[in-house]
Structure formats: C-alpha cells, structure tokens
Design a protein around this ligand. Structure first.
Ligand code: UDP
Ligand code: MG
Length: 336
C-alpha cells in the first residue's frame, strides 16, 4: 500500500475553472460542451468546473443542475439573487480548491482552448497569466472606445498599473488566489486586485470571439458602476483633484472679488456686474457640488464597508463534498 506521502506526490495538480453565469440559457449547453472537450485534452491535470449562477431568472440554473448530476467534476454555486459579475467570480474563487484557478466567461467570448497556453505559462513559473484581447468582434464602437479611455484614465489615477485591454479571463496560482481570499472589500474590481497582489504576472494575447448567443449582461448602467468601482477602489486622486479644483476656482473668485471692489469704488457703472456675478455663482456652485459628489461616493463606500454584510448569499452548493467548500463568505450553506 502507498504511504500518505507517496499518494500526495503522485496526485495530479488540480485546475479549477470558474464560470459566472447570468441568464445564459442560450449558451450554457454549448459552453459545457466546449469545456468538456477542453478537459478531455488535459492529460496531466485534474479539473473541477465551478459554475456560479448569479441569480438567473431563466432556465440557466436548471441546466446547470442537470450537468452537476451527470459529471462529478462539475460544481454549482447558486446565488439567492443577482449579485453582479465581480461578486460571482469572487464566490467561485473562494470555493475553488485548485492549484491554479482560471476565470472564464460563460458566453464563449474567451475561447476555452486558450487555457492550454495559460497552463503552459503557469508551468513555466508565472503566478498570473492574463488574457489580452487583440480583436473584439461583435462589440460596438461605443463599448470599445469607452473601454480604451477608461483604462487610460484608470492608469493615470491609480498607483497600481492595470493592464490595458484585459478582462477577467486569466489564470491565477494558489498564492494569488489565497491573497484574493484575504481581501474583504465589497466594491470588487477583480482585475485591479490581481494587479495589486503582485507575484510574477505575464500577458497572453488571444482573439476574443463574439458572444456565442444572447445579449451582453452588462448594460451601460452596470458598466458605469463597474468603472466607478475601478477608479474609486484604486485611487484617492479624485479627492485630491477636487481640492485642486476648489483652489483654482477660489483663485478665480478672488480675482472676481477684486474686480467687483474696483468697479464699485472707482466707477459709476457698478450695477452692470450682474453677468459676472451669475457666472461666478454658477461656477463656484458647480465646483462645490462636484466636490461634494466625489466625497459622497467615497463616504457611501465606507458606509457599505462598515455595515460588513456578507459579500454574497448562497442558496445552494451542489457537487461539493458534504461540508461544502472549505471557504465561503456566505452565511447560508446548504450542500447536496
Ligand atoms: N454575469 C454575471 N452577473 C451579472 C452580469 C454578467 O455573472 O450580473 C456573467 C455573464 O453571464 C458572463 C460574464 O459575466 O458569463 C460576462 O458578462 P457579459 O458577457 O454579459 O459581459 P460583456 O462580455 O458584454 O462585457
Ligand atoms: Mg461577454
């Protein structure tokens, strides 16, 4: 009989693949097919596929449950409601046991086959292999240009360099995953958090495909929220900028005050200052409101951190062992 040490040595490394899904009934069947094909090509790695159902309102959950019954490598985390993509990814990372964890979208925009190259880089000793998109067919010109400008702005404001043209499609080693698990913040901008963690990181360029079916689950409102999280979680420069803006407008206002005095004392046309007065009031009012708004955004975030609610609520864990995953931030854990 093998000793415990020998068994440990001969055990194959485990790869966890985390797939967040929200209303993806149209693509999920094809996704599982492609992922299974990918798994069958792996000869020296065990795989677990962790699907996170982010409170879908279509039949995604039903489909996922049937996959869990068929295949012991498939696990399901079912959220009690929609918590958002970044939180879904976090729950998957929390539950993953793998020596490496890959994050991949359910809509097949990130081709599963690219994971082979990511694994090769990981074996070379890299801790993070992030996918850089060379082409993005099927995306609107508006999305492409806003994304480009957003990353430019983010890098200007943030002290941590965050790579351009990357999504969350990436492989992370256990070191990085453990670092992410230790990060309790609520407003999660996972790609920035991975950059922050450090370790040996490298890029891998790949061609991003068009969505296999269905529509983007990121409407403009969610994109704006995501972009604000990215900037406010990684920089306090907007606060400093509001101080500079305040100083600048005070200097202008000071000149205006001098002018008003001069006109009042040395001329007889002082009633005619109305336009200048209105401009000064409106300008200062605008600057003040912007500054208060920026402060409000930060304070709102502090408030939600202080409440310290769990990050997500899991309705069911399926396909895990009796006790569920070893780590979860959810208060409700039911296992089957
Ligand atoms: N997603 C999610 N929760 C959400 C929105 C999206 O889990 O609230 C998932 C979605 O199912 C997909 C991934 O996140 O697997 C990326 O979303 P999508 O493809 O809609 O974004 P896009 O590629 O258009 O930026
Ligand atoms: Mg997509």
């Amino acid at each position: 009989m093998k000793s415990a040490v020998e068994t440990e040595i001969t055990k194959m490394p485990l790869l966890s693949v985390v797939i967040p899904c929200y209303n993806e009934e149209e693509v999920i069947g094809e996704t599982i097919k492609r992922l299974k094909a990918f798994c069958s090509e792996l000869i020296d790695l065990d795989v677990e596929l962790i699907f996170v159902d982010d409170g879908s309102r279509d039949r995604t959950r039903e489909y996922l449950k049937s996959f869990v019954e068929e295949d012991s490598r498939i696990r399901l985390i079912g959220f009690a409601r929609n918590f958002g993509h970044q939180i879904a990814v976090t729950a998957g990372i929390d539950a993953a046991c793998g020596d490496a964890v890959v994050l991949i979208d359910a809509d097949l925009q990130d081709p599963p086959e690219v994971m082979h190259e990511m694994i090769a880089k990981w074996r070379e000793g890299y801790d993070v292999v992030y996918g850089t998109r060379t082409e993005r067919p099927g995306e609107s010109a508006f999305k492409l240009s806003t994304a480009r400008n957003f990353y430019r702005l983010l890098n200007r404001l943030s002290d941590i360099p965050i790579p351009f043209d990357t999504g969350d499609f990436r492989l992370m080693s256990r070191h990085v995953v453990d670092t992410l698990r230790a990060m309790p913040e609520r407003d999660r901008f996972v790609r920035g958090m991975v950059s922050w963690a450090g370790f040996k990181q490298t890029a891998l360029s790949y061609q991003r495909a068009a969505r296999f079916a269905g529509e983007s689950k990121y409407p403009l409102r969610k994109m704006l929220h995501f972009a604000t999280d990215g900037i406010l979680s990684f920089s306090t420069k907007p606060l400093q900028m509001s101080i500079s803006l305040g100083l600048f407008s005070s200097a202008l206002a000071f000149l205006g005050i001098l002018y008003a005095f001069v006109v009042r004392i040395f001329t007889h046309t002082w009633v005619e200052g109305w336009a200048g007065l209105m401009i000064a009031i409106l300008f200062l009012g605008g600057v003040q409101l912007i500054s208060i708004g920026i402060l409000g955004e930060y304070i709102g975030r502090i408030y939600s951190e202080v409440k310290n609610r769990p990050l997500y609520v899991v309705e069911e864990y399926l396909g895990f062992n009796q006790n569920g995953p070893e780590f979860s931030r959810s208060p409700v854990v039911k296992c089957l």
